[in-house]
Write a protein that binds this ligand. Structure first.
Ligand code: MSP
Length: 643
């Protein structure tokens, strides 16, 4: 038996700096769909995904939450994995840049590039965008801001190692402009790379950092960690065992057939990554595929913008396959696609419930009604069947080509057109009229058989997109395993001549759009009224414990001259007297404060207000647009601690 042909496809490795959203699902679904198709076609598939866990942003987030970076990412990576499971993502390997073998590979790659003279030490001054972890030159900035995300950049300078990216400019230019090779897709991005980045002059790339610690150390220079993009891009080979002993798949699967990603990181994959591989003397990936963004409201759906949709909700309510179908159907390759729940419901209703679902349920129901569920072998096929059959014949090659090029919307549109043509075929042939005359039974059987066989062929081609529902379709139409392979989609009438159908559940229930939109809105509303100010981030117990909170007794109180806000207090804090100011003059008269026992932080650093020193802070609670001091009764003695 001949060896299976290897096929290697990758998603970007995602930053676990926040939980995954519908935007992240697209690349992963696209790869999953291609991987599933390729497996059905008999390829030996390696489908890689993972997480990109180093960098300053993650270091900062972890510090804000009072946990280690590793603890921080572990929690989020678990959520990514849970989402992939919910969506039915059939990845073969999951790489984490904190995995030992990956660290080893990155260190080996860095060392080799240094020894071979492709990496050298110098110093760097530039504009740094922290969220993107990218240095920019002045000329690359757009309106003085980061060209990728539009945020502010900071001046930064550090001693650093550089990769001789500039050396590879001519080879990269040639690679990108080689039409026959078709390295970067869609083609429109080629011009962008060549004109915006190569032609103005490729700069050497800074590939180490000293300003933070959460990264892979440079083995021969302790102060430096490896630049996050050199670390991240290397995942595509570390996960195969390149320069590590954990895996042994490099020979078999490299070069990758497809690196899939959205447009904003095409630059890293079509310039930096090939240049690194050229320097290492390794083969280049076959294709870089840069799709558009899923947008929501007025821009890319992204964690940092906060406009994200939680993908678990649609999966739970309508099934993973509905979301899979919708996302892949809506985005034309290379363009952005807006996401809204309402659009998804309309898409599910029109394509899946009306067209596909109806075709299946009508055909199965008629087979049961007119033939007790099993078709007779004797059939009367006619020339008028040809249009439907030849339209279906043309599907597999078109679907294969479009799916492989991430043009899912075109492929799916063509499948649904065949489904619609099949529904029209029912109306043209009127099985309910044929059924009235026993003499028409062979014709009626042929009509139903053509329909069932069309459903079979469409469902095979839909399997990579809807892997959970398609097996149920096969069950309902009585298609055995041998006639549901990819190859079988190219064959007319592969369904058994005396096929038996089974009535099953409604596979694509219609969604009541108005009701569903209302319910989703209710779901996203908080159960209680939220306070005007948003809740502050989680803090740790130690922060609270560092405050010395005590009951204090007011000995005297007066207005601060020329201030309509401040009252000046002398309080007994149990240890002695202290002076404190409080901005509550609008709510209290000085004389009514005397004798009250209040709550106070007594160890705040002293500060001056209107020339008077304040040693602490009196605690109050907001009451509408007023503030009320927190008071205790007389049984509480000055100095009693509050915890
Ligand atoms: N860690 C880098 C990638 C390193 S790859 C060697 C990174 N991570 S990311 O978490 O920001 O993921 C970016 C990728 O997530 C995009 O390129 C795309 O594949 C996917 N998407 C995230 N938001 C998206 C949309 N709103 N729409 C479509 N895809 C999006 O960049």
């Amino acid at each position: 038996m001949s060896e299976k042909t290897p096929y290697y496809i990758t998603t970007p490795i995602y930053y676990p700096s926040g939980n995954p959203h519908i935007g992240h699902c697209y690349s992963t679904l696209a790869c999953d769909c291609v991987a599933r198709m390729k497996r059905m076609q008999g390829y030996d598939v390696m489908f890689l995904t993972g997480t990109d866990e180093h960098g300053q942003k993650i270091e900062k987030k972890a510090a804000e939450e009072g946990v280690t970076p590793q603890e921080y990412v572990d929690g989020i990576v678990a959520n990514f994995k849970k989402l992939w499971e919910t969506l039915g993502i059939s990845y073969d390997r999951f790489v984490r840049t904190t995995d030992d073998y990956h660290v080893k590979t990155v260190q080996n790659v860095f060392e080799k590039l240094y020894k071979d003279g492709w990496i050298y030490k110098s110093s760097y001054t530039g504009k740094y965008c922290t969220p993107c972890e990218s240095f920019w030159t002045e000329s690359q900035l757009v309106d003085g801001k980061c060209p990728d995300c539009g945020r502010e950049v900071q001046d930064a300078s550090e001693e650093a190692y550089f990769f001789k990216l500039s050396h590879f400019a001519p080879q990269l230019r040639e690679l990108l402009l080689d039409e026959e090779r078709g390295f970067l897709n869609p083609k429109s991005r080629v011009n962008e790379m060549v004109h915006n980045f190569i032609d103005p002059g490729l700069q050497d790339l800074c590939v180490s950092r000293t300003s933070f610690k959460w990264g892979i150390p440079v083995t021969f220079d302790d102060d430096h960690i490896v630049y996050v993009w050199l670390d991240a891009l290397t995942n595509y080979v570390s996960a195969l065992g390149f320069m590590n002993d954990t895996y042994n798949d490099y020979e078999k699967f490299w070069p990758a057939d497809s690196h899939v990603m959205a447009k904003e990181i095409v630059r890293f994959h079509s310039l930096i990554w090939p240049a690194i591989l050229m320097a290492l003397g390794e083969p280049l990936p076959k294709k870089i595929l840069g799709h558009g963004w899923i947008t929501f409201g007025d821009g890319k759906m992204s964690k940092s913008k906060g406009n994200v949709v939680n993908p678990f909700v649609p999966c739970e309510r309508y099934g993973a396959d509905a979301l899979r179908y919708d996302l892949l159907r809506e985005m034309p390759f290379g363009s952005d696609a807006p996401y809204s729940n309402e659009m998804m419901f309309n898409r599910i209703n029109s394509d899946l419930a009306n067209d596909l679902g109806n075709l299946i349920s009508r055909t199965v129901a008629m087979t049961i009604k007119y033939f007790g569920g099993t078709l007779p072998v004797d059939k009367d096929f006619r020339d008028s069947d040809e249009e439907l059959l030849s339209m279906t014949d043309a599907l597999p090659s078109f679907v294969e080509e479009t799916f492989e090029g991430l043009r899912f919307s075109e492929g799916l549109d063509r499948i649904i057109r065949v489904v619609a043509r099949a529904n029209k075929y029912i109306d043209e042939n009127e099985p309910w009229v044929l059924a009235k005359d026993e003499a028409n039974k062979p014709r009626l059987a042929a009509v139903l058989y053509n329909l069932l066989d069309t459903v079979r062929r469409c469902a095979i081609l839909l399997s990579p997109v809807m892997p959970h529902v398609c097996p149920e379709i096969f069950e309902q139409i009585g298609a055995c395993e041998c006639c549901t392979t990819w190859e079988a989609a190219t064959k007319r009438h592969a369904l058994k001549a005396d096929v038996t159908v089974t009535k099953g559940r409604i596979l694509f229930p219609r969604i009541d759009v108005e009701k569903e939109v209302e319910e989703l809105e209710a779901l996203s509303k908080p159960a209680r009224e939220l306070p005007e100010e948003p809740m502050k981030d989680i803090t740790v117990f130690d922060n609270f414990a560092s405050l010395d909170l005590r009951a204090v007794k007011v000995l005297s109180c007066e207005r601060v001259p020329k201030s309509d806000k401040l009252l000046k207090f002398i309080v007994d804090d149990g240890f002695g007297e202290r002076q404190v100011l409080s901005g509550i003059a609008k709510y209290y008269k000085p004389e009514e404060m005397i004798g009250k026992t209040l709550a106070m932080i007594i160890n705040l650093a002293p500060r001056k207000m209107m020339g008077h020193e304040s040693n602490g802070m009196i605690l109050s609670v907001r009451d509408g647009d007023k503030f009320r001091v927190i008071e205790f009764d007389d049984s509480i003695k000055p100095g009693a601690d509050i915890s």
